[in-house]
Design a protein around this ligand. Structure first.
Ligand code: GLP
Length: 253
């Protein structure tokens, strides 16, 4: 795992955006795994601006999103589908038929999860998966306790995650209790993974993920065993890393 520490959150996001642009421009059939949340917003902003200035086109990419709330229609303003359309898909030249999203309102969520796994397989697998981390160490919505070999499935959200995501919902609406998410095993199948984390509130989770044991108590720690994972941090998220100096010396950015 290679760890790159940038000074600011903006620099970290721009660095990740450039990695995505190179991947798209260099691949004949780019399949991308996208994530949502606040950390990703400056990445999408940078991708949209690169598209508008003609540096990259997204019309040939295929995309798979990590997760979706259960019970939230894709047209709901609070769904991750809407987040993706507003922040990325609509402002760029994405081919709608190449966008893959989980449907949290599917009647048979187990079948929905299997459909998604099959679509990933049929696409040849994800070439570059982007993830961020929850304060409790989750990736996608794989909450602590998730099997490190888990596949796409329904999961109950922890109180901590619901509290962290409450700001996205109006005051009179509780965040959903359940989500459907790619599993950790599904994420690990990607050829390359880029994890981005920014801000002080992620520092503890980052320390556990990067330097702690591989354990289901910190689901992101499973990435330690992946052959091509790049971790991009700002200085605040990197604050508790003990071996930060070594990482920078041994593995220059
Ligand atoms: C949600 C997503 C996760 C993401 C997390 C981080 O929980 N399901 O995939 O890692 O948000 O969000 P933020 O970037 O807002 O901290």
């Amino acid at each position: 795992m290679r760890v790159v520490v940038k000074e600011t959150a903006r620099e970290a996001a721009l660095y990740v955006a450039e990695k995505i642009i190179s991947f798209v421009n260099d691949s004949s059939d780019p399949v991308l795994g996208f994530a949502t949340g606040r950390t990703q917003l400056p990445i999408y902003e940078a991708l949209v601006s690169a598209y508008k200035s003609g540096r990259v086109s997204f019309k040939n990419i295929r995309s798979f999103n990590l997760d979706e709330y259960v019970g939230e229609p894709q047209t709901s303003p609070y769904s991750y589908a809407t987040y993706m359309h507003e922040n990325f898909f609509d402002p760029v030249d994405m081919d709608r038929s190449r966008i893959h999203l989980l449907d949290g309102t599917a009647q048979d969520l187990q079948a929905e999860a299997e459909r998604y796994e099959n679509e990933i397989k049929d696409s040849g697998g994800i070439g570059l998966q982007i993830v961020s981390i929850g304060r409790n160490g989750h990736i996608g919505f794989n909450e602590p306790g998730s099997s490190l070999t888990s596949r796409t499935r329904v999961i109950r959200l922890s109180d901590d995650t619901r509290a962290a995501n409450r700001a996205f919902f109006p005051a009179d609406r509780e965040p959903p209790n359940f989500a459907i998410t790619m599993g950790i095993g599904t994420i690990l199948d990607a050829d390359m993974i880029i994890m981005i984390a920014t801000g002080k509130h992620k520092a503890r989770a980052i320390r556990d993920f990067v330097e702690g044991p591989v354990t289901a108590s910190c689901p992101s720690s499973a990435l330690q065993g992946h052959p091509a994972t790049l971790v991009v941090l700002d200085s605040e998220a990197a604050e508790f890393l003990q071996r930060r100096q070594d990482d920078q010396r041994d593995r220059p950015a």
